[in-house]
Design a protein around this ligand. Sequence first.
Ligand code: ZN
Length: 503
Amino acid sequence: MTHADPLRTRAEAFLEDVSREYHAAHAGHKSGADLQPIYERHKDAFGDEAWADAVAQWREATPGSEEHRSARMIVDWLLESRVGRAMAPLEEKEFAWEAAAVVRLPDGTEEPYARVAITIANTRDTDARRALDDARAKLVLAEFAPMRRERMAREKGLIEDARLVDGYTPTLEALSGTSISALRAECEQFLRDTQSMWDDVLPEFLKRVLGIAPGDATRADAVALMRAPEFDGAFPADAMETEVRRHVTDMGISPDAHGRVRFDTAERPGKRARAFCSPVQIPDEVHLVIRPHGGQNDWQTLMHELGHALHFANMSRELPFEFRWLGDNSITEGYAMLFDHRLQDRGWLLRYSRLEKSDLPRYLRSAGFEELQFLRRYCAKLIYETQIYDGRVPWSALPDLYVETLNGATGFRYQASDAFLDVDPRFYAARYLRAWQLQALLNESLIGRFDADWWRNPRTGPYLVGELFGWGQRELAEEQAQRVTGKRLSFAPLVRAIEQMLG
Ligand SMILES: [Zn+2]
């Protein structure tokens, strides 16, 4: 397989067009993404012939070789695209439902479904918040959950029918190159290891922020708890881009990769509220789209998307298509998290945010609590999601299993209605968990190399570009950890970081 074979040329042209279309729609340059004509124009890119070709290359390559690595990534992406294509009508049905559905409360008040999650998070009154979430759950159970369940069953069937390897999970493990069951065992261990820490800290925050007793808290309360805007004033909208650019410049590299990252801060109707990154050509045209509204969350999202953008824009242009566009997303998520975790970094906060030194202990304790909550939730999600597909639990029993697993890990009461909604497709939770581990390990290794304030050391940036970003996504997260730090990925550095924040 040569770098310029038609399979790759077509795939890259297709991905560039799709990415350009999504960028135009989400940045407000046009209303809605017009994907059908793009799929039609590029149907050879993911058609039966391309599929048969790629599968043959994968089967013929020697495991462990570069050919095998490349073919695995291409087969993985082709299967995802083909399954996604087949399920597009079901997905459109879901989008239509989500846009039109209305949550009705017993007292007659109404809330559009599309907005209900935000309203729940912002409702300070506990009874009102729970009533709204109960009404949402009732509607979801009756109308939305059956649609999601049908789509998940279809997806499972299509992946099994591809007959690459026997079974859903083993197929995804073979195509991603990583073991889901090994990570699941680590998650179970992490939940045990941090149980007493969690039991310690949860009641304090429930009581202080929401005035609720432990044992009584729901998932809706958890969402409200994580939204507490206590420190938002220290993260003003007008300083956000300047400070973030100053940070990257301090690190000794160009904050926009010499113009390849295009910051789009203009106000425009139809532009998404949340920052996002669109790589339209890798590495030459990467859009970083922001509507600065300020607050801790906004700064964190910008840092996250900037990590992605600098990764894409600094990839070596010599890399074949699959190492720039495909591969293990734990890598790019790991860099994004390495950046967004600076909002847990004492020195970084003092230099670039407006937090007062006297507020730091309280801010960091709260950040440590949030980090532990999210990690415990993601571990529980992965443990639950593996059981959806292992055939030992009938799907009728999944709602109970979901509630039991998530409650057990977080201490918050989850709704059975969400058992088919709160699921990341294709074990994406595993990519996040590996990314989380990777960024924590990278942070420790950067501290070892460039000191505690590595994020302002002018030698760090060139190192990040040369040793990490430039390599694209050729490696698995585990391989990269070995090469760069000589260590295995694990939850240990995350536990150390959380212990430090909790003080
Ligand atoms: Zn991300």
